[in-house]
Design a protein around this ligand. Structure first.
Ligand code: NAI
Ligand code: MG
Length: 375
């Protein structure tokens, strides 16, 4: 008997529920059209509304409940907006974003994959036509580093206050992340129809990002681990950039990058920049994964946040969430062939839709639904 797969939908706050409404409709249509063995369940948490009613962003057993799912799709967390309403119920980011960090940590989703590929028709912010060929995968460390949430505030609120924010980098987490980056580089090269060329006639590359000139302790740990693992992948070209130079080169020559591996903070920042290379925040998807354990539900979400400046105004492009949904279906595809077909159909639908300039959240959803219904 075919196993029924369970997908949890967490709309969240701000534009999260707006983009999730579109994604949930499209997913329901895919389930019916492709007869997917999939069951959907939507949750009203984590959210500001839930906090207002219950005094917490999500129930204490929320993470455990989500462990029972096969995959999770998240809209966005953060300031619910609208930003010009000073009376709105708004919590500090340290409270409203905590569930996302908790999910990543407690589910041990240690790799965050953020593909950046420009699709024909998407907005182009770079004049150089070679930027159309951008095709990179940024793999961000997702469990420790700068986001370890250790530290504190001493003498808070006084002129002599001291704030510490400890960064934690372990050999184990560094090794598994970098090895995963090399594996993904190899897989991407094998799946490409026309090979890319890197140094030494190699078809794949991994670029390591650090700030090892100013932060040598973890910088050297990353550098040494990278060099050691690279020896096991002689078919993959290697490269290193300091994060500040990487920002420059993401704009100057983004087509030169293939797989990019970065710390939690650096990966976070670089992927907003990479989002713009692909047309903007409304077109950048992401996956939070535990590549070593497929029983752990992976969490898919757009790269963007709750966008309080446009919340409630039908201005949020839902395609980043739809691309994240396509990644979710790709991830579940090995469990059932129909899911792979639905994923491919959704990728094609989104790519085809790029010829339309963004014209509203609901309108984009309706257009995609109609195309889906039309065949
Ligand atoms: P943001 O990503 O929410 O917005 C940045 C800019 O991009 C804004 O001008 C916004 O209007 C625009 N934008 C974002 N998504 C868009 C979409 N789908 N279509 C069109 N335009 C879009 O980042 P910001 O403003 O720094 O943070 C807002 C809140 O979101 C904060 O509370 C922050 O902590 C939270 N946040 C949450 C994230 C998550 O849930 N994963 C990630 C990033 C931020
Ligand atoms: Mg971010």
């Amino acid at each position: 008997m075919t196993e029924t797969l369970k997908i949890a939908l967490l709309p969240g706050d701000g534009i999260g529920p707006e983009v999730m409404t579109v994604a949930a409709e499209i997913l329901a249509e895919l389930v019916s059209r492709f007869q997917l063995p999939v069951e959907l369940q939507s949750f009203p948490w984590p959210s500001h509304d839930w906090h207002q009613q219950h005094g917490e962003m999500m129930p204490a057993d929320g993470v455990d409940l989500l462990r029972g799912f096969d995959a999770i799709l998240l809209g966005a967390l953060g300031d619910p907006g609208p930003i010009d309403d000073p009376q709105r119920y708004v919590l500090s980011d340290s409270i409203s974003l905590a569930p996302l960090l908790a999910l990543r940590k407690e589910l041990n989703l240690w790799a965050c994959e953020r593909p950046a590929r420009w699709l024909p028709g998407a907005p182009q912010y770079l004049a150089d036509s070679r930027a159309n060929d951008v095709d990179m995968l940024v793999i961000r460390e997702n469990s420790e580093g700068e986001y370890s949430n250790q530290g504190g505030r001493l003498r808070a609120g006084t002129p002599s206050e001291v704030a510490t924010q400890v960064e934690v980098f372990t050999a184990g987490a560094t090794e598994r992340l970098i090895r995963h980056a090399f594996e993904r580089a190899r897989q991407r090269a094998a799946q490409r129809h026309s090979p890319r060329q890197f140094k030494g006639d190699k078809h794949a590359q991994v670029c390591l990002i650090t700030k090892r000139n100013a932060q040598p302790f973890w910088g050297d740990l990353y550098t040494e681990t990278f060099a050691r693992i690279a020896r096991e992948y002689p078919d993959v070209d290697t490269h290193h950039e300091l994060v500040d130079a990487a920002c420059m080169k993401f704009v100057q020559c983004p087509w030169r990058f293939d797989v990019v591996v970065a710390s939690n903070l650096h990966g976070d920042i670089l992927t907003d920049l990479a989002a713009v290379l692909c047309g903007g925040p409304g077109l950048a998807p992401s996956a939070n994964l535990n590549p070593a354990d497929e029983r752990i539900p992976a969490l898919f979400e757009p790269v963007h946040g709750s966008a309080p400046d446009i919340a409630g105004r039908n201005m949020a492009d839902p395609r980043a969430t739809l691309m994240s949904l396509a990644m979710l279906l790709d991830h579940l595809a090995p469990k059932h062939p129909a899911i792979g077909n639905a994923a491919q159909h959704l990728h094609d639908l989104i790519a085809e839709d790029m010829k339309h300039a963004f014209s509203g959240t609901r309108e984009t959803g309706q257009r995609l639904s109609q195309r889906l219904a039309a065949g």
